[in-house]
Design a protein. Structure first.
Length: 619
């Protein structure tokens, strides 16, 4: 009897492959589990490391908050601060900090604020000095804001606090004022470092790790909301006129800082009135982590300046003169109106609308500024990608904050959006708790029909919403509508994440109704036409109705948009089964790909794939 060794070899080969794949899957699972374990949250606590109880003068509490380098590396800064204020009690915040951790900065700030409050009650301090390095400066600022009553994004609400009124100064050592900017490339960071950081952030988002570090990126809610809160607190009339005391803010920035860009650290638009000092031959870590370890003339000078800042000796510190760099401020502007374009659109029409808004406000004797923040041609493929959409949302929030700073007496912000412009506001309102708008006008909306306008209106963050519903907007009915349809299959109604698109421009908002907050949401059923039918530039009548609403709050003339009694039945039908449209497009593209492969082989299908991707990124 003979044995077929070839069949045995084949079986062994299959078994070996299966085992290798099994081992690889197991290793991957162990690796991901290890990442999850390392990224888990950790305890946060504040410790009183020194209590002096002086017999003369007012008691001072010195609050020290470390950054991402951890408390151990921050101890040199703590020792220097204790030398600068030898009679002060010292409260230090401790929290586990690593690049991979998912610890919430909101939790850290909440623990810090509560600890200061409890120490203030026990110690009856007449003065509080806060010092933070890097992310610690942002956490200290958030605790001060929450204690001052700006708690829109706080996990819990607290009674009014008294301790912020005793804060004499906040010293930020390479503090993250605007957040860590990955792009455009900061001047002290190499191209390789920037590209690596961008790649690592994308990987971290996919794996769900490094949430603590990612919270301090420019445009993230923790940072962006803090900027708006700080702005509203620091730039109000009472502070501007000197009627209300406000702590001196001192920001020290190294000239070799590769984390905090010099202009971003100063955050000129928001931090007017703060004092800034540039430290020569100083990196990001050296300001907070190496104050005692380094030697040499530069290190001694650095320690001297940090000590002066903690003591509040501005004459000795000699801050930089930044006034010439500050943007012009206009306190006469009472209204800010945004006009935002959508996808596959350069936004030329927004200039015309902006001009008409300016004329209308001028005619009624009120000073307003219309903002048209163009973000270039936004093709279909990036629009369908959540990460790319969020880049534009962060851009809007950044612009929103800077305009609040430029026009500090603005009483309201109104918003007109088309297509992706509607998504920008809807997503920003969900992600950023400090954003508020008065009147909203949506055309070609790609926001889900279930969007919770009633909740926002009840919270006082939105006053009135008008949504143009088109008769034949196949763009909305077929493409973003699919996201809403899939979310429904999953029994979800998301307002953030991959599936946060929808077809309100064709189906209307469910929140529109006759009672309660729903009465402040109005669908204009139906405007005859396609994706652009809701634009006020379509006719003089529409423009006049739009201006009457946006400028004076009148809605009666909006009837000029309601010129149809029903929608296109074909588009309405296929909107409910739009997944078939997507499937047909996928089958068509795949069939063409197979044909190309059969005719030209792998090279041909590769070229075809590149052309398809290029097409999706250009239309």
């Amino acid at each position: 009897m003979s044995i077929d060794t070839r069949s045995w070899g084949s079986a062994l080969s299959l078994t070996d492959s299966f085992v290798l794949w099994l081992l690889a899957a197991g290793a991957l699972a162990i690796f991901l589990g290890l990442l999850g374990w390392l990224a888990r949250g950790a305890s946060v606590n504040a410790t009183l490391v020194r209590s002096t109880s002086p017999t003369t003068g007012q008691r001072t509490l010195l609050v020290m908050v470390h950054g991402m380098g951890g408390y151990r590396r921050f101890q040199s800064a703590v020792r220097l601060a204790m030398q600068a204020l030898p009679l002060a009690d010292v409260l230090c915040l401790h929290y586990r900090c690593s690049w991979i951790t998912n610890l919430s900065p909101y939790t850290v700030a909440d623990v810090l604020e509560e600890a200061i409050y409890q120490r203030f009650k026990q110690g009856q301090y007449g003065e509080i000095v806060m010092v933070g390095h890097s992310a610690g400066a942002a956490i200290a600022r958030k605790a001060f804001l929450w204690g001052s009553g700006f708690e829109e994004d706080r996990p819990r609400k607290t009674p009014p606090r008294d301790w912020p009124a005793t804060v004499s100064r906040i010293v930020m050592l390479a503090g993250l004022s605007r957040g860590i900017r990955l792009w455009p490339r900061p001047e002290n960071r190499s191209w390789a470092e920037c590209l690596l950081a961008l790649a690592l952030v994308k990987v971290a988002r996919v794996l769900g790790i490094c949430r603590f570090v990612r919270s301090f990126l420019a445009g993230e809610p923790f940072m962006a909301d803090s900027r708006v809160q700080w702005l509203r607190l620091a730039r109000n009339e009472a502070v501007a006129n000197g009627a209300k005391a406000f702590p001196t803010v001192i920001q020290l920035i190294g000239d070799k800082d590769g984390i905090v860009h010099h202009n971003d650290g100063m955050d000129l638009y928001v931090a007017r009135g703060s004092k800034f000092k540039s430290l020569l031959q100083t990196s990001h870590a050296a300001i907070g982590n190496s104050l005692h370890g380094a030697r040499g003339q530069a290190a001694e000078e650095r320690r001297r300046l940090v000590k002066l800042a903690i003591q509040g000796d501005l004459d000795g510190l000699e801050p930089d003169d930044i006034e010439p760099q500050l943007p012009a401020e206009d306190r006469e502007v009472r209204r800010i109106v945004y006009v935002m374009h959508g996808i596959r659109d350069w936004g030329e029409w927004t200039d015309h609308v902006r001009g008409e808004i300016a004329k209308a406000y001028e005619m009624q004797g009120e000073k307003a500024v219309a903002v048209t923040r163009k973000y270039g041609f936004f093709p279909m493929a990036p629009f369908l990608t959540y990460g790319d959409r969020q880049i534009k949302v962060r851009m809007l929030m950044d612009d929103y904050t800077e305009n609040l700073a430029r026009f500090p007496n603005a009483e309201s912000v109104d918003y007109m959006g088309h297509s992706n412009g509607t998504y920008l506001l809807a997503s920003a309102l969900v992600h950023y708790k400090t954003m508020r708008v008065r009147r909203v006008f949506f055309a070609g909306s790609v926001v889900p029909s279930h969007y919770p306008w009633d909740t926002l209106i009840q919270a006082g963050r939105v006053e009135f919403v008008v949504n143009v519903v088109a008769t034949a907007d196949w763009v909305v009915a077929f493409f973003p509508r699919l996201f809403e349809l899939v979310a429904g299959w999953l029994n979800q109604q998301p307002t953030r994440g991959w599936w946060d698109l929808g077809g309100a421009g064709f189906r209307g908002f469910l929140a529109a109704g006759a009672g309660g907050a729903s009465a402040q949401v109005e669908n204009l059923n139906f405007s005859s036409g396609g994706h652009s039918t809701g634009l006020p530039t379509q006719s003089t009548e529409k423009m006049n109705a739009f201006l009457a609403y946006m400028v004076r709050g009148e809605t009666v003339s909006l009837a000029s948009y309601r010129i149809a009694v029903s929608q296109d039945p074909g588009i309405a039908f296929f909107s409910n089964i739009c997944f078939i449209v997507w499937l047909l497009v996928a089958i068509l593209l795949s069939a063409i790909g197979l044909l190309v492969f059969s005719l030209f082989g792998a090279l041909g299908v590769t070229v075809y794939g590149v052309l398809v991707l290029a097409l999706l990124h250009s239309v």
